[in-house]
Design a protein around this ligand. Structure first.
Ligand code: ZN
Length: 450
């Protein structure tokens, strides 16, 4: 059958608006998340009201490759009180005030003693930094440098009402089955407290993507992971090595809500189909978009692209982590992200996935010299969308290149003709009996042989 899988907005594939994604971020923003604990569970429960994810609990102490699932951390309250009993640092005003994974503490101390546990950003004096101490037992508070300057010598009462004990690492997963067992992975981290771009933006775009795909006929099977960064990806890979072998393409979504142009970071393979598809879409959409080479630093692509897995997983971002002043500070808040950027990121994800879904290989059924297009009524086929010269050229390229080894993206790159136009031309040639789409089993064979 000649058809184009269309994942971008159609009647069957409704698109979540940027405004709705902002409302989801607003709902998730106040929750104090970490790599384990009730903040993650509460986040996943909210996500379950939007899409039907399954949650998994992996016990503390579980060995996962070179790592161990840590003790579970939970926090109820934290403050620093001055000599008058006034809370001058209050966890309930911002959960960034407490170093994430702080062990419990309750004591009185001098400013000199307390100062060793206070973290500020002197170069950005109004921002509260975001700090963690996952793998070293410690405690601390984060505050704006301006607030620190108000502290005087004297005695302070310090309390962190947290707990660190045997529990679980929690993550969420959703599988949308397609025609093929081969999978596309969409992964985002859910371990940051009140930060909007890093990474609630990735979470809500992943949710919106899952909603869009849930209504579409799918060639690939899609797996969505909502996991704590680093340890969550390592845990998932350790528990799912056999599933990981089915992942043929993937995207990590991180920092996709700010105003910067899009950035795609290639997988370790650098020339995987996802790398070429994302690069193709970004080049065609926005001259300001950037494609970066792989590096073993960043988000969970580090784990998916470790040499023992070497999965074809790239990363879509806007501003790159660590390269903007709001990164990992209280300034990464709701005003740092905007609905237009979230909607654009969602649309680009859908365009990349649409390309993957339609990137078939074909066999020319009349390969000895050109077939006569005119007698088959193949001129003026595309109903005014293309002029006949362009549609003829698209058909000639496809017929010439379709020896079973080239995919449509190969032909698009070589010919300079837009992928969607080539797909229309391929549909027309297929309908006229001149072209046979190699089914996915044939394609797999061709890849092995080639
Ligand atoms: Zn981060």
């Amino acid at each position: 059958m000649s058809s184009t899988t269309q994942l971008t907005k159609t009647d069957a594939v409704p698109m979540t608006s940027g405004e709705e994604m902002i409302r989801w971020v607003e709902a998730l923003f106040p929750i104090c998340r970490s790599i384990t604990g009730n903040g993650v569970r509460e986040t996943l429960r909210r996500i379950q009201t939007w899409i039907p994810i399954r949650t998994h609990e992996v016990p503390s102490g579980t060995k996962v490759f070179d790592w161990t699932v840590p003790l579970e951390w939970n926090i109820r309250d934290a403050f620093v009180k001055d000599a008058t009993g006034r809370r001058i640092i209050d966890f309930h005003r911002s959960n960034l005030h407490v170093v994430n994974y702080s062990v419990p503490v309750h004591q009185k101390m001098t400013f000199v003693e307390l100062r060793k546990h206070l973290h500020t950003l002197p170069d950005r004096p109004d921002y509260i930094p975001y700090r963690t101490s996952y793998y070293k037992e410690d405690w601390g508070f984060c505050l704006s440098h301006r607030d620190l300057l108000q502290f005087s010598e004297g005695e302070y009462e310090v309390q962190i009402d947290s707990s660190l004990g045997p529990g679980h690492l929690t993550y969420g997963e959703l599988v949308l089955p397609g025609k093929l067992q081969e999978e596309v992975l969409i992964s985002c981290h859910i371990c940051h407290p009140s930060l909007a771009n890093d990474n609630l933006s990735g979470v809500v775009v992943a949710v919106a993507l899952a909603r869009a795909l849930a209504n579409a006929p799918l060639r690939y099977t899609y797996r969505f992971l909502f996991i704590p960064g680093t340890i969550g990806a390592i845990t998932w890979l350790a528990c799912n090595e056999a599933v990981a072998e089915r992942i043929h393409h993937g995207l990590v979504l991180a920092g996709v809500g700010d105003r910067a142009p899009l950035t795609y970071k290639k997988s370790r393979r650098s020339n995987a189909e996802i790398d070429r598809a994302a690069g193709y879409i970004l080049r065609h959409l926005d001259r300001a978009a950037k494609v970066l080479d792989f590096s073993p630093y960043g988000y969970d692509e580090r784990q998916y692209c470790s040499p023992g897995f070497d999965l074809a997983v790239g990363r879509l971002s806007r501003s790159v982590h660590g390269e903007f002043p709001e990164y990992h500070t209280s300034a990464d808040n709701l005003s740092f992200i905007q609905p237009e950027s979230l909607a654009d990121s969602l649309s680009v994800c859908l365009q990349v996935l649409t390309l993957l879904e339609n990137n078939h290989r074909y066999q020319n059924l009349n390969p000895k010299c050109e077939p006569q297009l005119g007698k088959r009524g193949l001129y003026h086929t595309f109903g005014g969308q293309l002029d006949s010269g362009q549609s003829e050229l698209a058909m000639l390229w496809i017929l010439n290149q379709s020896d079973g080894t080239n995919c449509l993206l190969d032909i698009a790159e070589r010919s300079g003709i837009e992928f969607s136009h080539l797909k229309q031309a391929a549909n027309a040639l297929e309908a006229a009996g001149l072209l046979r789409k190699l089914d996915d089993a044939d394609t797999r064979l061709a890849r092995q042989v080639g």
